[in-house]
Write a protein that binds this ligand. Structure first.
Ligand code: FE2
Ligand code: FE2
Length: 230
């Protein structure tokens, strides 16, 4: 009777391995991906702050989207020279808003519970100031972008402090921190560009400039405070 010796058995095992290996490797890789855990998971405080950033920024960008919608609705036909610049800033706000919508879904962060107020209030603010004058609309933009630019810088400072451990930031499990930091930096720069545009288009000539800008800044600060908590 035929009896395979050890050498033959080893050879058969090797042949089998050659066939099976690609599949078992594939499974192994799939398991690694499935069970992948961050190098250092976020602490409870870090996760809470991370979620808060996404919630308030999503609400803020939704507001900005509707402010520019209101301005565009009132001014674009009456003042054709403003049409293109308003459209450009509005497009950027739509991009900011949709980016935070995606981040919100991706990280399972609940939206601000008073979102309908942001939508109606923001459109009313954009349209209302535009009805006063184009300069008043620009003063609104100047005030909003001053507060939002500062707000983004505040967040960047806290993120840097809270996530300053470079290993944590660079660890492949925490790419999400880098993603949010880079997103905020980019959007902060866009908002400061909007601020410069508003000044270039005569925001300082708005009447009454001080009342408008200071009131709008206060409204924005209250809105940020509320959206971070509710
Ligand atoms: Fe924005
Ligand atoms: Fe903006």
């Amino acid at each position: 009777m035929f009896k395979p010796n050890n050498k033959m058995l080893n050879s058969a095992a090797l042949s089998l391995d050659a066939i099976v290996t690609p599949f078992s490797k594939k499974q192994e890789i799939l398991n690694m991906i499935k069970n992948h855990t961050p190098v250092k998971p976020l602490t409870k405080d870090q996760r809470a702050y991370f979620n808060r950033v996404i919630r308030v920024d999503q609400a803020g960008e939704l507001g900005a989207n509707y402010i520019y919608a209101g301005q565009y609705y009132i001014l674009s036909n009456k003042y054709p020279h403003l049409k293109e610049i308003l459209q450009h800033m509005w497009d950027q706000e739509i991009h900011h808003h949709s980016t935070f919508n995606k981040l919100q879904l991706k990280h399972g962060v609940r939206p601000s519970l008073i979102t309908p107020i942001w939508t109606v209030g923001a459109f009313a603010m954009g349209a209302g100031t535009a009805l006063i004058s184009p300069q008043a609309a620009m003063a609104c933009t100047e005030a909003v972008e001053t507060v939002i630019g500062g707000h983004y810088n505040d967040q960047l400072r806290v993120l840097d402090k809270l996530f300053k451990d470079r290993e944590l930031i660079d660890g492949e499990g925490n790419y999400e921190i880098n993603e949010i930091i880079e997103t905020i930096k980019q959007f902060r720069d866009d908002e400061l560009e909007h601020l410069e545009t508003a000044i270039k288009y005569d925001s300082k000539d708005a009447v009454p400039y001080m009342v408008l800008t200071e009131t709008i800044k206060m409204i924005c600060r209250v809105a940020i405070f509320a959206a971070e908590r509710v």
